[in-house]
Design a protein around this ligand. Structure first.
Ligand SMILES: Cc1cc2nc3c(=O)[nH]c(=O)nc-3n(C[C@H](O)[C@H](O)[C@H](O)COP(=O)(O)OP(=O)(O)OC[C@H]3O[C@@H](n4cnc5c(N)ncnc54)[C@H](O)[C@@H]3O)c2cc1C
Length: 396
């Protein structure tokens, strides 16, 4: 099942081309591991897969222009690629690297930063983490206190970050640090590009309730980086952070990923027996699937409108997409968990099948893991505040 895309002949040919190429080049071990749940994908797979996509012409950074090694696709082509890519069960693309940091370096970075970092994002040799949150600065991010003190040609970093995704495998952090004091707490903040494997940087992984450890605390103890590690201007960090967060929110509507989860939900409901009948034939369960599917169609239509109006800088659209995208995705995942019932606690159960590598345990793990999506990248409550502010101040 797929949502109707109403493509003309050229885009349909493009869709066939990317779908076929991706299926041809994806190694079986990477596909099976990714289908079990992307958080499980080992570092080696992520780097290898990014390298394979790069050889196709920068496909691992689908929004990048040709001038920086990307495929130079239009918005419509990118959306088609993203749908084909996700439905194939391919490993998640490194969103923080290609959709947030990459475009920011293209726009605000020096030539030296562009040369040093962008090729590594493309070929998977540089993995990136985002160092914003701190123990007392999450939603209230401007209260951050990690410091970068200028000493001659260097900055000396002290303080800590928390909930940093994939910090243990990252080569580079784009982090927010206080480089000065202003009248407002949003002032005096800079974005620094910090190599992760230098003296004075320590990563401590956090065990999460899905059994994984994808997030970490990161400690800075007199870590030294050169003065040219600043992205953009010193003190421009708050503006840059807001720009980069709005890039990320557009990706977090996650329509294609939800579609994949919806397809999986239907497969599970079809092979789960309730008495003599399959769960998919239960009227009330079917209605719940139908309702969430309709919501997903509506979200898909909304997202396509936003993509078509690219550049119009709507202040509310990214927040609306993020809220609805995460709500719908979590609803689908909860239905999956419900369909599994007690099998969700079992490592064996009704799955896996020869053609389908997920165990019930994997599915439950993904359901629990994806609780995060309404928290990170600006919690949904904060998105609602942003919408309310924009609407009531007449700036929507
Ligand atoms: C799995 C995961 C991965 C993450 N990855 C990263 C990462 O890679 N890099 C990074 O920098 N950060 C990351 N984060 C951190 C994330 O951005 C923060 O958790 C988030 O911003 C919320 O901050 P907090 O946890 O301090 O909660 P708090 O800000 O303390 O919020 C607690 C609750 O209060 C609500 N709340 C707070 N203020 C308001 C308000 N003004 N109005 C209404 N409600 C409010 C929030 O919505 C939330 O429900 C990650 C988080 C998770 C869970």
């Amino acid at each position: 099942m797929t949502l109707p895309l109403n493509l003309g002949p050229e885009l349909e040919a493009f869709r066939l081309m990317v779908g076929t190429r991706l299926a041809e080049v994806m190694p079986e071990d990477i596909r099976r591991e990714a289908l079990r749940g992307y958080t499980i994908s080992p570092e080696e797979h992520r780097r290898r897969w990014q390298g394979i996509l790069n050889e196709l012409g920068g496909w691992g950074c689908p929004s990048w222009p040709k001038a920086f090694g990307g495929p130079g696709w239009s918005a419509a082509e990118r959306q088609i690629f993203e749908r084909e890519y996700t439905l194939l069960g391919a490993p998640r693309l490194p969103l923080l690297a290609y959709a947030m940091l990459g475009p920011a370096i293209m726009k605000f970075g020096t030539e030296a930063q562009q040369r040093a970092i962008l090729p590594g994002i493309l070929d998977g040799s540089i993995m990136v983490c985002q160092g914003y949150s701190e123990p007392n600065a999450g939603s209230d991010l401007a209260s951050l206190s990690a410091r970068a003190e200028r000493r001659g040609d260097s900055y000396v970093l002290n303080g800590s970050k928390i909930w940093i995704s994939n910090a243990e495998m990252a080569d580079l952090m784009f982090g927010l640090f206080r480089t000065g004091q202003g009248e407002k707490k949003q002032e005096g903040i800079s974005v620094l590009l910090v190599p992760m494997k230098i003296p004075g940087v320590t990563v401590r992984q956090i065990r999460t309730f899905d059994g994984g450890s994808e997030v970490s605390e990161v400690f800075f103890d007199n870590a030294v980086v050169p003065a040219d590690a600043v992205l953009g201007e010193e003190g421009q960090g708050w503006t840059l952070a807001k720009i980069m967060l709005s890039y990320e929110r557009l990706g977090t509507a996650e329509v294609s990923q939800s579609l994949l989860y919806l397809n999986e939900l239907k497969q599970i409901a079809a092979i789960t027996q309730v008495g003599d009948a399959a769960l998919i034939d239960d009227r009330s369960f079917r209605q719940r699937i139908a309702r969430v599917e309709i919501d997903l169609w509506a979200l898909d239509a909304a997202e396509r409108q936003v993509v078509a109006a690219e550049g119009s800088e709507s202040r509310t659209a990214p927040s609306v997409l993020k809220i609805r995208g995460t709500e719908i995705q979590q609803e689908i995942l909860e239905l999956k968990l419900e369909a599994l019932g007690l099998d969700g606690l079992d490592a064996e159960g009704i799955l896996p099948r020869p053609d389908y590598p997920q165990t019930p345990h994997d599915i439950a793990k993904v359901c629990f893991n994806m609780r995060k999506t309404s928290i990170y990248s600006g919690a949904n409550e904060i998105q609602r505040n942003l919408i309310a502010y924009a609407v009531f101040s007449g700036k929507a």
